[in-house]
Write a protein that binds this ligand. Structure first.
Ligand code: 6R9
Length: 566
């Protein structure tokens, strides 16, 4: 086994060119993520190595070698091609964390089509908005999610195919096609479409402050950064058993739940079930997980369950722990050091960055509460919010900004060039977050620079929630803001004014909550609804969420000169 690298060793040897060489990619050649993550690994002599060990909430188990992944993704690719799906068209994955999600993702990419993963917990409205914006032509799903698609199908003229991975034709309607990955005739050879570095690969929807969610458009060249960061930040080594908790509906679940580990030829485990501390520890013990990529909310939930339950399990296989999605509390780092004998390493990045950009590399001294330093190859700074000039002195704070040009940076927002342009200032890409940098160059997260709500690591756009609130017959106006929460860091809270003739009541509050849960998702559902007589507005009539949010967080309200009095 190789010794842990020193941080200096890692930094001086890392470059995107090294990643290109290791992946056998020469600029100007075709590059296809689907092929890179399966065929290429088989060609390296790892065809019989396990790629995926999978288990669901009922204890059903399956396993797939790299050769299985290669053949099944070929089978998907040929099936999609036979349906007439063209390179560049969007194919949505609307699946629980079943093997078809992971392998179908590679299959879509092999055809040259664009993979659009969406959380299977999404309700019909969340689904409709994202499928309509992307002009999605096909969707892969399971029987249990069909009812949501059937509800919105007529509003989606581009959606030609609904492909169901676990049904036979008897239970399906017109234009719904069954496809059983493991029962379909296996396709030994499928010539992966010769996508180029800049060909679109993955379309991930992410929430902003204004308007509907934006489709972050990635390209096949992103694998260069995902491969290298997975290898060095997650410290992946050939014998590792790697577990990433994230659902591929979220960028962590594709960049580091599919592309990162599989481009490195690593064995990964997937548990398709919700949070349960006992079950999670059992899972780590049973599979001998060595590297674990998780999130602060999950860690806080584990902390709540206490240390006793940890001690009932042999978790000595764990070698490296990392976290992403929200600020990682210093207590969580200290707790993991105490109970697992290893600290969680914080990593900071976004849907838009495609790969980890600020991090605690293995071997680097961790300062609990800090996100670490820029990954070698990434230039990061904090900018003055007025001048957009980088603050260079120790202790400088401001907007987290990155110099554009790393391989996995998104190339645009789908149908939204203005939204994309707005992310750049003075030659920098703005993350939309604030941080400070200490004298050793460590970044300390301060907060988001917008109204987006980060609940358990998932971004919820206030506009989406407010639009769905306005569908309720009783609601006149609404504002959705973050409210502090001990486990999820933030949850959604809605302020609502009612139409004439409606009175606040517990029943009404429940009705409204349920409406949002069904239309959007359980995460977007407000945990509290406050009925108010009016909402704070600017003189031009815009609702000011900032004031409501500050009150929830007990923060000073700042400049109120543009706000109208009641
Ligand atoms: C990968 C992912 C991105 C936003 C980001 C920031 C927050 C992510 C963080 C963190 C503090 C960390 N965020 N990692 N905040 N510390 N280590 O999360 O993508 O869903 O696009 O969210 O999440 O606010 O801007 P995405």
């Amino acid at each position: 086994m190789r010794a842990p690298p020193s941080c200096e060793e890692v930094s001086s040897n890392l470059s995107w060119d090294v990643a290109q060489q290791e992946l056998g990619y020469r600029p100007g050649d075709p590059i296809n993520i689907g092929w890179m993550c399966s065929d290429r690994i088989c060609q390296l002599g790892l065809a019989n190595k396990l790629a995926l060990l999978w288990e669901d909430y009922q204890g059903t188990k399956k396993q797939f070698t790299y050769d299985n992944v290669r053949i099944f993704s070929n089978t998907f690719a040929e099936f999609l091609t036979d349906l007439g799906i063209q390179p560049g068209e969007r194919v949505c994955l609307f699946l629980d964390r079943v093997p078809e999600l992971y392998i179908g993702f590679l299959g879509i990419l092999k055809t040259g089509a664009v993979a659009q993963p969406l959380f299977s917990a999404f309700g019909d409205e969340s689904l409709l908005v994202r499928l309509a914006d992307a002009g999605t032509c096909a969707i892969l799903t399971q029987k249990k999610h069909l009812y949501k698609i059937r509800k919105i199908r007529n509003a989606l003229p581009n959606l030609r195919h609904v492909i169901v991975v676990d049904a036979d034709s008897a239970s399906l309607q017109e234009h719904e096609t069954p496809f059983a990955m493991e029962r379909a005739p296996q396709v030994e050879h499928f010539p992966a479409y010769p996508t180029m570095a800049e060909s679109p690969s993955v379309l991930h929807y992410t929430s902003g402050t204004t308007g509907q969610p934006k489709g972050a458009q990635h390209v096949h060249y992103s694998i260069i950064a995902q491969y290298l960061t997975a290898k060095w930040v997650l410290d992946l080594r050939p014998d590792d058993i790697y577990w990433c908790n994230a659902d591929p509906g979220w960028v962590t679940g594709t960049s580091y739940g599919i592309i990162g580990p599989w481009s490195n030829g690593i064995t990964q485990v997937v548990l398709d079930s919700g949070f349960n501390a006992e079950k999670w520890y059992e899972f780590i013990e049973q599979y001998g997980v060595t590297v674990w990529y998780s999130a602060p909310t999950a860690i806080r939930l584990l902390m709540k369950e206490g240390s006793e339950v940890v001690r009932k399990h042999d978790l000595s296989s764990l070698r490296h722990l990392a976290s992403v999605g929200e600020p990682l509390n210093p207590e969580a780092v200290l707790w993991s050091q105490e109970v697992f004998g290893r600290p969680f390493h914080d990593t900071f990045w976004q849907t838009e960055t495609g790969c980890i950009v600020i991090t605690n590399l293995p071997g680097m001294p961790i300062k609990p509460g800090s996100m670490g330093k820029p990954f070698p190859g990434i230039t990061a700074s904090v900018l003055d919010p007025k001048t957009y000039e980088p603050g260079n002195r120790a202790g400088a704070s401001g907007l987290i900004a990155l110099r554009p040009g790393w391989p996995s940076q998104i190339r645009g927002y789908w149908n939204n060039p203005k939204g994309f342009e707005a992310k750049f200032r003075n030659g920098w890409y703005l993350c939309g977050d604030r941080a400070s940098i200490d004298r050793d160059g460590y970044f300390w997260f301060m907060g988001r620079d917008d109204d987006v709500i980060n609940t358990g690591g998932h971004l919820v756009g206030p506009f989406e929630v407010e639009s769905a609130l306005l569908e309720c017959p009783a609601v006149a106006e609404s504002a959705a803001v973050a409210k502090p929460d001990p486990v999820n860091m933030e949850v959604v809270k809605a302020f609502v004014t009612l139409k004439r003739g409606f009175q606040p009541s517990d029943d009404l509050e429940l009705d409204i909550m349920n409406h949002i849960r069904k239309r959007l998702s359980p995460l977007a559902m407000p945990q509290e609804i406050e009925f108010v007589n009016s909402l704070p507005k600017t003189r031009s009539g815009k609702i000011v969420r900032r004031i409501l949010r500050c009150k929830e967080f007990n923060e000073p309200l700042g400049d109120l000169s543009t706000i109208m009095e009641d």
